[in-house]
Design a protein around this ligand. Structure first.
Ligand SMILES: *Cc1c(COP(=O)(O)O)cnc(C)c1O
Length: 401
């Protein structure tokens, strides 16, 4: 079924790739085109293409309802949603933002654009996310804000972080890009902290081509964010805030609305893919699938695995081997942010858990374009790697030193 009889048949050693077309880790969900066009007619006929047109308003209303918050403010990207929210929430006169190092690749850049210095904290070994215990040692009299990031599987200890924020007076916001559909302690993600930020990039759960949004129960914050995303104008020429153009346009809102209509279908398909991986990877002793907490609701968007001590290859060798097969597996958040060189200052102590986790995890293909049959073949290939480990490792060491 995978067309390989010996380790010489691996594509990395000159064999034929398992897949002709790459299988990636991006969601790339494509809603029904008729639905997308139907939404698009609304703004097209009204000739309002941007500047909080009818579809942006409808999308914001529906997303606020979906997350159970009073307000939702949309943006041209998740990145600018984060930057502007940080600017609104940071305590004045303070300069540092505490954030995990094992996280979204551009998170430190987000902080730099917002004018703050990233101060990296460690993560909890179980949740792979920051926690009250990992944040606390990094709080000081320069701390302006805590940037909590929900990990890609399950959520961080949001209630514990809220308690830490209440105790210390340092405001708390969330990057909830990976948790659009998640519940935590029976509460929908979206209303934790002062605000939560989401992305609608095509690779994420809710595809708006590009886009982002912020959910909050704070009306003043919502108003300020709306001003800032549109040049800081309030009224005709009355510039009240340092603004920039970070608005979502109508055609992106049309796509996001069409995708939102079908979100349940996508999550159902994601769950089926996750089940196939659960079955396929179960018998492979060197690979552990990071499991979703089924007591809570999840979007099952991403497949994350840990390579255990009895897995025969290094992660880098494994990625090379899989990528040659057109299985576009990727290292999970590696290198961590505190290991990267940046043109701005960052602060970091020793982060032992981050260091160790950053070496061992990878993402496997998932999303709209990956079938259950693909997943069976990927699982069989991984099993074949393990069964041929000794021979394969010898060849890899010789030919790919
Ligand atoms: C993708 C992503 C973002 C940025 O969103 P964009 O819409 O691509 O700007 C932020 N945080 C996390 C965790 C992400 O995965």
């Amino acid at each position: 079924m995978i067309g390989k009889l010996s380790s010489a048949d691996f594509a990395v050693l000159g064999g034929k790739p398992l897949f002709e077309r790459p299988r990636s880790t991006s969601s790339l969900y494509r809603p029904d085109i008729e639905k997308f066009l139907e939404y698009s007619k609304v703004f097209y006929e009204a000739r309002q293409f941007t500047n909080r047109g009818p579809l942006v308003q409808e999308l914001e209303r529906r997303l606020a309802e979906f997350h159970g918050t009073r307000h939702c403010v949309s943006f041209c990207s998740g990145f600018w949603a984060l930057v502007l929210t940080i600017r609104c929430l940071a305590l004045p006169g303070r300069t540092e933002i505490v954030m995990p190092s094992l996280t979204y690749r551009r998170m430190a850049d987000v902080a730099a654009w917002a004018g703050l210095t990233p101060h990296f904290c460690d993560v909890d070994a179980q949740s792979m996310a920051l926690s009250p215990e990992t944040v606390r040692p990094h709080l000081n009299d320069k701390t302006a804000l805590i940037m909590a990031v929900h990990p890609i599987v399950n959520c961080c200890d949001a209630s514990g972080l809220e308690a830490l924020s209440a105790e210390t007076g340092v405001p708390l916001m969330f990057d909830a890009v990976e948790s659009v559909y998640e519940y935590l302690d029976g509460r929908k993600v979206g209303s934790f902290g002062i605000a939560e930020c989401f992305s609608m990039h095509a690779s994420k759960l809710l595809n708006g081509f590009e886009g982002g949004y912020v959910t909050t129960n704070d009306p003043e914050l919502a108003n300020r964010l709306m001003l800032m995303r549109g040049f800081g104008f309030s009224g005709q020429d009355n510039v009240e805030e340092l603004g920039l153009n970070a608005k979502l346009n109508e055609v992106h809102a049309a796509m996001a609305l069409a995708a939102l209509d079908e979100l349940e279908v996508l999550v159902g398909d994601n769950r089926a893919r996750y089940r196939s991986y659960q079955v396929g990877l179960k018998e492979i002793s060197g690979i552990r699938l990071v499991e979703f907490d089924e007591a809570e609701q999840s979007g099952y968007k991403i497949i994350l695995v840990e390579l255990l001590d009895d897995w025969p290859l290094s992660r880098e060798q494994t990625l090379k081997l899989l990528n040659a097969e057109n299985i576009l597996a990727r290292a999970y958040y590696a290198p961590p942010l505190h290991r990267k060189r940046t043109e701005y200052e960052t602060i970091s102590g020793t982060l032992p858990v981050t260091e160790s986790l950053a070496e061992r995890f990878m993402l496997l293909p998932c999303g709209h374009l990956v079938s259950e049959d693909d997943i069976n073949r990927i699982s069989l290939l991984l099993r074949f790697v393990q069964e041929n480990a000794t021979d394969l490792r010898g060849r890899l060491d010789r030919e790919l030193p």
